[in-house]
Design a protein around this ligand. Structure first.
Ligand SMILES: [Zn+2]
Length: 355
């Protein structure tokens, strides 16, 4: 077919225009993904206020890293002389609706020590257990948006706290009672549970006992494989995952023994930031089930590092819509988080109670 000189010129230029268009769109997509992963607000759903941290320092770090909300998982008392829940309430007082205080971190352990090795969990009842459940119920009713701290049915090889190095039945009487309380107060029950087959069966029974309850798997099962979580998700709609402590630097040591403990990682000397393909696929297939978490850090510089790994190794590897859900949208839904502006407008009950 004859062509005019004009159309020939256009044809010759077309591939270049087309290539330019392609490179522009892919760069635009990269920028959109890269930018959003770098700048998305975060809701950290599993955080331990360490003994050395002041609420003011936490606020500064949150602002610096665009962490909009923090959900307490048990404040560390250390030598502070302040009870765990009271420490969390101090953070709540400063941060308002940006910080959810947590109950049970030390009160459960103290009652457990009093009753004797794990019998607080496995006995059908005890006066200590009744008193504990009453206390937790009151604290969850305090109008402070309190949630459960991390509980440990199976931390046999995954904690530095001696008392918690154990495997208990995940459907033991006390866990059943705590699950009922979680339903009553519409908060998830966060369970640190290594993926032992018996623990998995027991957790299944707990979840089946009432589908209104929600279990939030701390560290998504700690030593679980993506395929195991996929099978479990298919069976149980009422289970969610936090992705805390499943990346270096935090999980570096334990991953040398058990590589399954690492899901994603940041940029290193000889590696790019990334995520295991089977985990990325699982998160994309279940985008409403996963949330980010910082967990515990032993210095503030590690806090910044962990956030960077979350942004580069996890969020930047996901589709932008998925990244947004994992970063904060799922947490807003699950914990009914409020925007910080609303927090300023509503005075805290805690403040008004003070003389
Ligand atoms: Zn934790």
């Amino acid at each position: 077919m004859p062509s005019s000189p004009h159309s020939l010129r256009l044809l010759r230029r077309l591939p270049l225009v087309f290539c330019l268009f392609l490179s522009l769109t892919s760069r635009a997509q990269q920028t959109a993904v890269g930018m959003s992963a770098e700048t998305l607000p975060l809701a950290d759903v599993h955080f331990h206020l360490m003994w050395f941290m002041t609420p003011q320092e936490l606020k500064e770090r949150m602002d610096k890293n665009n962490v909009r909300w923090v959900v307490g998982a048990g404040a560390i008392e250390g030598m502070t002389g302040v009870e765990s829940f009271a420490r969390d309430l101090e953070a709540r007082q400063l941060l308002g609706h940006r910080y959810l205080p947590s109950v049970g971190w030390m009160s459960i352990r103290r009652a457990d020590a009093e009753v004797g090795v794990n019998r607080l969990y496995t006995d059908e009842t005890s006066p200590q257990r009744e008193a504990l459940l009453k206390l937790l119920d009151e604290q969850l009713s305090s109008g402070q948006q309190a949630v459960f701290a991390e509980l440990h049915p199976n931390a046999l090889t995954s904690t530095t706290i001696r008392q918690l190095l154990r495997r208990l039945p995940t459907d033991a009487p006390l866990f059943r009672e705590l699950y009922k309380l979680a339903i009553k107060h519409q908060v998830p029950l966060p369970l640190h549970m290594q993926w032992h087959p018996e623990s998995v069966d027991q957790l299944g029974r707990l979840l089946e006992s009432d589908r209104q309850g929600v279990v939030l798997l701390s560290h998504c099962g700690k030593d679980s494989q993506a395929e195991q979580i996929r099978v479990f998700f298919e069976k149980h709609p009422n289970v969610l995952c936090d992705l805390g402590f499943r990346s270096p630097p935090q999980a570096a040591m334990e991953s040398t023994q058990d590589p399954a403990r690492t899901i994603y990682w940041g940029e290193g000397m000889f590696r790019k930031a990334g995520i295991k393909a089977e985990w990325a696929k699982l998160i994309e297939d279940y985008p409403d089930r996963f949330m980010v978490a910082v967990d515990d850090v032993h210095r503030w510089s590690t806090y910044d590092e962990v956030i960077k790994v979350i942004r580069t190794g996890l969020l930047a590897q996901l589709r932008p819509e998925t990244a947004e859900r994992v970063a904060y949208r799922n947490a807003v839904r699950v914990f009914r988080l409020k925007e910080p502006e609303q927090a300023q407008a509503a005075p805290l009950a805690l403040e008004s109670r003070q003389p």
